[in-house]
Ligand binder design. Structure first.
Ligand code: C2O
Length: 552
C-alpha cells in the first residue's frame, strides 16, 4: 500500500440551510466534510489542527485500527481532546476492509456538522466481486439543526428532558425540495441510461435510523460496513446511524420520460408521512444527445415518488436484516469464531437517574432524569483517557474493571415495564485476555418502552449470528445461530423488543468503546468499553502512544 496524507483544519464556516445561516464547526470550511480515499492496505495520515474554541477529536468509524488504538478518536476513551490551537496526527492502516466507512467528530454532539466519507477501494488490480460500476457516488445522510446542537444536548442533560429534534434530514448536507426554502439545496444524481452506479450510503444522522428508496428503481446491496455481502435486490433499505451500505443502481436502458425522487425517512420517529419532513433528492437521466428534449420539456417531466415502509415497520426491518449475509467464499471467507471463550449477556435500554436536588427535571415522573445503560450501568466518561490510564497503569480514579457480566437486576423484556427504572453510574470496563473469542447477546429492555438501538463496536468487526424478538432464550436460540455466513459489520440494530447475538475475536489490544449510535442515547449513558490486553508476541502488543497525543 501507499501512504495518503490529509490535512483537516477544524474551523468555523457560515452555512445556510432552511433560510437559516449559522456558523458551524467544519473541516476545511466544507459541509459535509472532505472524503478520505484509500485502497485496502494503504496507510492514512491525517493531520488535524484545531482552530475553534471547542475541544475536538475525530473518529474513523469502522476502521479496525489494528494495534493503532491511539488513532481511534473517542474523547476520553482513547485520547484526550485536541484543544484550541493544538494539532494531532491520526495515523492508521486500512486492513481487510473495502467499501465505505466514514469519519466523524467523537466528542459531545460535534458530529452534527463534522463528518465525511471514507472511500476504501480494493487493492490495485483486484476487481470488485460485482459488475464494475460506471461511476461511484457517496450519499451521506445527516441532520440539520437550526439551533446549536451543542447547546441542545447541554440543556437536555441538565434538565433531564429529551432534546429537540433536528429541523431537517439531509442528503450530502442538502434537505431537498420538500422542506421550506430548500429547492436550491437539493441533491441531484445524474445518470446515463443503461449504466450501473455504485451508491455509497452512509448514515451520519445523529438520532435516526432511516429507510431509503428511489422511485421505480431496484437496488442491489453488495457491501455493508466495508465488507462484501451476498448481493440481493430490494426496493428499500434500512440504515442505522453508524452503518454504511453500498448499492448498485442500474439505470433504465432508455431515457425515461420522467424524473425520479429518492427519499429517506426515519424508521422510528416523526410523522411517517411523505411530507415536508422527508429528505428527497432527484434522479435525473442525462438526455441522450440525439433525441434530447428541450430544457423546458425536461423540466416538466412527471415526477415519481418512492414508497417507504410505515413508521415502526419492525417486520420490514427484521426481514431486511435477515437478508444480509457474508459473501463467505474462498476469496472472502467469513472467519466466524466457531468456539466461544466468553459469553456475555448485556441489556441495552433507557432508564432513569434521580434528579439533582437543586434542579427541575423533565424526565419520567417529573422527578427523574432520562438515562440509558448497559446492564443497568450508565457509563460516565472520565476526565482523562482510559487508554492512556491503562497503558501507563494509572487506572486509579479513572476506571474500574467490575463491569457486570449480566444485568444487575433482571427484567421481563417483552414489554412490561419493571418497577425499578433507576440505573447506577460508573466508568466500568470489561477486561479481555488477548484473542478471547467473545459471544455477546444484546437484549433490548422495555424500561421506558421498547426501542431499537444501533450498537456500534470500535476496533472490531463482529458477526451477527442471531437475532429475535422477545426474551433471548439461552437454550432454544443458540442452536439456531448462523455460524456459516452471518453478516460481518461494526454496527447492528438491536431490534426493538428483541435481541441480537454477535461474535468477535478480541485480537486487537487496546480500549474499545461500544455504544448506541443514537447520539442522545450515548449522551444518556448507553455506552461501555472493552479493554483487550496485549498478547505475548511483539506483534500482539499495542505500541506506545505517538508523541503528539493530546493531554487532558
Ligand atoms: Cu461512529 Cu463511537 O462512533
Amino acid at each position: 500500500g501507499v501512504t495518503r496524507h490529509y490535512k483537516f483544519n477544524i474551523k468555523l464556516q457560515n452555512v445556510t440551510r432552511l433560510c437559516h445561516t449559522k456558523s458551524i464547526v467544519s473541516v476545511n470550511g466544507q459541509f459535509p466534510g472532505p472524503p478520505i480515499f484509500a485502497r485496502e492496505g494503504d496507510q492514512v495520515v491525517v493531520k488535524v489542527v484545531n482552530h475553534v474554541q471547542n475541544n475536538v477529536t475525530i473518529h474513523w468509524h469502522g476502521v479496525r485500527q489494528l494495534r493503532s488504538g491511539w488513532a481511534d478518536g473517542p474523547a476520553y476513551v482513547t485520547q484526550c481532546p485536541i484543544q484550541t490551537g493544538q494539532t494531532y496526527v491520526y495515523n492508521f492502516t486500512i486492513t481487510g476492509q473495502r467499501g465505505t466507512l466514514f469519519w466523524h467528530a467523537h466528542i459531545s454532539w460535534l458530529r452534527a456538522t463534522l463528518y465525511g466519507p471514507i472511500i476504501i477501494l480494493p487493492k490495485k488490480n483486484v476487481p470488485y466481486p460485482f459488475v464494475k460500476p460506471y461511476k461511484e457516488v457517496p450519499i451521506i445522510f445527516g441532520e440539520w439543526w437550526n439551533a446549536d446542537p451543542e447547546a441542545v444536548i447541554t440543556q437536555a442533560l441538565q434538565n433531564g428532558g429529551g432534546p429537540n429534534v433536528s429541523d431537517a434530514y439531509t442528503i450530502n448536507g442538502l434537505p431537498g425540495p420538500l422542506y421550506n426554502c430548500s429547492a436550491q439545496d437539493t441533491f441531484k444524481l445524474k445518470v446515463k441510461p443503461g449504466r450501473t452506479y455504485l451508491l455509497r450510503l452512509i448514515n451520519a444522522a445523529l438520532n435516526d435510523e432511516l429507510f431509503f428508496s428511489i422511485a421505480n428503481h431496484t437496488l442491489t446491496v453488495v457491501d455493508v460496513d466495508a465488507i462484501y455481502v451476498k448481493p440481493f435486490k430490494t426496493d428499500t433499505i434500512l440504515i442505522t446511524p453508524g452503518q454504511t451500505t453500498n448499492l448498485l443502481l442500474k439505470a433504465k436502458p432508455h431515457f425515461p420520460n420522467a424524473t425520479f425522487l429518492m427519499a429517506a425517512r426515519p424508521y422510528a420517529t416523526g410523522r411517517g408521512t411523505f411530507d415536508n419532513s422527508t429528505v428527497t433528492g432527484l434522479l435525473h437521466y442525462e438526455t441522450p444527445p440525439k433525441s434530447s428534449p428541450s430544457a423546458s420539456s425536461f423540466k416538466n417531466l412527471p415526477l415519481f415518488k418512492p414508497t417507504l415502509p410505515a413508521l415502526n415497520d419492525t417486520s420490514f426491518a427484521a426481514n431486511f436484516t435477515r437478508k444480509l449475509r457474508s459473501l463467505a467464499n474462498s476469496q472472502f471467507p467469513a472467519n466466524v469464531p466457531q468456539k466461544v471463550d466468553k459469553q456475555f449477556f448485556f441489556t441495552v435500554g433507557l432508564g432513569t437517574n434521580p434528579c439533582p436536588q437543586n434542579q427541575t427535571c423533565q424526565g419520567p415522573n417529573n422527578s427523574t432524569k432520562f438515562s440509558a445503560s448497559v446492564n443497568n450501568v450508565s457509563f460516565v466518561l472520565p476526565t482523562t483517557a482510559i487508554l492512556q490510564a491503562h497503558f501507563f497503569q494509572q487506572s486509579n480514579g479513572v476506571y474500574t474493571t467490575d463491569f457486570p457480566a449480566t444485568p444487575i437486576f433482571p427484567f421481563n423484556y417483552t414489554g412490561t415495564p419493571p418497577n425499578n427504572t433507576m440505573v447506577s453510574n460508573g466508568t466500568k470496563v470489561v477486561v479481555l485476555p488477548f484473542n478471547t473469542s467473545v459471544e455477546l447477546v444484546l437484549q433490548d429492555t422495555s424500561i421506558l418502552g421498547i426501542e431499537s438501538h444501533p450498537l456500534h463496536l470500535h476496533g472490531f468487526n463482529f458477526f451477527v449470528v442471531g437475532q429475535g424478538f422477545g426474551n433471548f432464550d439461552s437454550k432454544k436460540d443458540p442452536p439456531k445461530f448462523n455460524l456459516v455466513d452471518p453478516v460481518e459489520r461494526n454496527t447492528v440494530g438491536v431490534p426493538s423488543g428483541g435481541w441480537v447475538a454477535i461474535r468477535f475475536l478480541a485480537d486487537n489490544p487496546g480500549v474499545w468503546f461500544m455504544h448506541c449510535h443514537l447520539e442522545v442515547h450515548t449522551s444518556w449513558g448507553l455506552k461501555m468499553a472493552w479493554m483487550v490486553m496485549d498478547g505475548k508476541l511483539p506483534n500482539q502488543k499495542l505500541p506506545p502512544p505517538p508523541s503528539d497525543l493530546p493531554q487532558c
